[in-house]
Ligand binder design. Structure first.
Ligand SMILES: C[S@@+](CC[C@H](N)C(=O)[O-])C[C@H]1O[C@@H](n2cnc3c(N)ncnc32)[C@H](O)[C@@H]1O
Length: 249
């Protein structure tokens, strides 16, 4: 890690505030600001945090849901225990992870899914943005397995190609969808959050019978981008990984 990176981050006021208040990450303040603005988590809610390591959002979710609440965090990486939360190590794209979430929920129904999910960044914006779009879309599809009508969903997105496809997929499933950039995000960051409230009992017409992933694929095709799913060149499990402009073929 460069000296510059270290200095930049030491200067980060939000990180200092978060640390002084006992939160594991600066990101905790992003969820706190989302909560202040939209009141996504109510007392007693059951909340799933997808991509929860190292646990800052889980800490905030536990505070907001209170003693009657239930908070489940899931991540590929191990997360140190957070009082009042259940942590699952797993990949949200895998069926086994969904099963374990269901087992942890027991008889309860989830009210809210929040996700600050992020890939291992390569530093190449186009690649990182594409994988991030794919992960957020995947989380939306996973969330649809759990959230009942009236429930809420929050996910991180990075501005760029294909984002409108995800926004449309969200609008087809929730009555109120807004983008929001907390001030705790870096000012130069292209990161923003999609705040989706009030899940509809049925997806709107065009989305019926389709997953969000299919809708985003279709959107990318309409933009003149080809998404190839079946290929020997597959390098990762995620679905939009082979994206080529038609003119490059
Ligand atoms: C920015 S971090 C989350 C920070 C967290 N909100 C906090 O405040 O502590 C993003 C996380 O997403 C996780 N992630 C990425 N892909 C995932 C996947 N397929 N399933 C589960 N977690 C994933 C990463 O391991 C990473 O820990």
């Amino acid at each position: 890690m460069s000296k510059r990176w270290y200095q930049d981050n030491r200067r980060d006021a939000w990180r200092r505030i978060a640390r002084s208040k006992g939160y594991r990450t600066r990101s905790a303040y992003k969820l706190k600001q989302i909560q202040e603005r939209f009141g996504i988590i109510r007392r007693g809610d059951a909340v799933l945090d997808v991509g929860c390591h190292p646990g800052g959002w889980v800490q905030v979710a536990v505070e907001e849901a209170g003693e009657e609440g239930l908070v489940i965090g899931v991540d590929l990486l191990a997360t140190s225990p957070v009082d009042g939360a259940s942590i699952i190590i797993g990949d949200i794209s895998e069926e086994d992870t969904i099963t374990r979430i269901n087992q942890t929920l027991g008889e309860r129904e989830l009210n809210v899914v929040v996700s600050d999910i992020s890939p291992n960044l390569t530093g190449r914006y186009d690649t990182d943005q594409t994988i991030s779009l794919e992960l957020s879309t995947l989380v939306l599809d996973a969330a649809m397995e759990f959230i009942p009508p009236g429930g809420s969903f929050v996910t991180k997105i990075f501005q760029g190609t294909g984002i409108e496809g995800l926004v449309t997929a969200a609008r087809d499933r929730f009555s109120n969808v807004q983008r929001y950039s907390p001030t705790a995000s870096r000012s130069a960051s292209s990161e923003t959050y999609l705040i989706c409230q009030n899940r509809l009992p049925q997806p709107k017409g065009g989305a019926r019978g389709k997953s969000a992933s299919e809708q985003v694929h279709n959107h990318l095709s309409e933009l003149g981008i080809v998404v190839e799913e079946e290929s020997d060149e597959v390098e990762s499990k995620v679905g939009f990984h082979l994206i080529k402009k038609r003119e490059e073929e």
